[in-house]
Design a protein around this ligand. Structure first.
Ligand SMILES: [Mg+2]
Length: 230
């Protein structure tokens, strides 16, 4: 066994939240004079922090978004999550089979994860090892959050696997010196999305969580030094 820690992104990996979240984000931005579709939100902001997204929008608008923009967005999001959110299929079964330590590293806030992971009965499986971009200076694609999570879990980066569904997330995991798997089984993923994740640096891509425990074992053996016979 060569990996000691499996670091899960939250949105799009543990909970199937991205379609809901892009829709809510597009609706609130449009309401504030920045017309945008959920498809456009998906391409521009998926896997990045709201803080970074807002800075870009404000730069383009040439004015600040309202002070309570974050609250409005959050209200809309949480209302939609409570109504529609589901866990990613088979994630509970996959976690049952994984023997390594696990944690979450998400661009989202702790409050958001309390709602999304709570609703999908995942919160108690991960708590207290749930880390947010709010705890570091630079969000994904910077490596900061993954390095912070590994440090908190007392595991060196080369013994970590990151499970990510976004290009910035994969870039962040790679920049942290970790092995990254790309998951493209979320309902927001289109055909060909797995190739984008592989191009971004994922060593393996998969679209069914039942494949994950086997992948961790397989890649772990392949990556092991002195076990290949060369
Ligand atoms: Mg994600």
């Amino acid at each position: 066994m060569n990996f000691d820690l499996i670091i899960f992104d939250c949105d799009g990996v543990l909970v199937d939240s991205e379609v809901i979240s892009c829709r809510a984000h597009a609706e609130i931005l449009s309401r504030h004079g920045y017309p945008i579709t959920s498809e456009q939100v998906f391409h521009r902001f998926l896997g990045r922090s709201t803080r970074q997204a807002n800075m870009e929008v404000e730069a383009e608008l040439g004015r600040a978004l309202p002070d309570d923009f974050h609250v409005q967005l959050q209200d809309e999001l949480f209302r939609s999550f409570e109504a529609d959110l589901e866990a990613v299929p088979h994630i509970h079964a996959a976690l049952d089979e994984i023997s390594q330590a696990i944690c979450v590293a998400s661009s989202g806030s702790h409050q958001r994860m309390h709602v999304t992971l709570g609703r999908s009965r995942l919160y108690d499986r991960f708590a207290p090892n749930i880390f947010s971009a709010a705890q570091v200076t630079n969000g994904k694609p910077a490596p900061d959050l993954f390095l912070f999570a590994a440090e908190q879990m007392h595991v060196t980066p080369e013994r970590c696997v990151v499970i990510e569904d976004s290009v910035p997330g994969i870039a962040g995991g790679r920049a942290a010196g970790m092995t990254v798997f790309g998951f493209h089984g979320g309902s927001h993923c289109r055909p060909g999305y797995g190739d984008r994740l592989r191009d971004a640096g994922a060593v393996a891509v998969f679209d069914d969580m039942r494949q994950l425990p086997g992948l961790i074992r397989k890649i772990g053996v392949e990556a092991a030094p002195n076990q290949t016979g060369y």
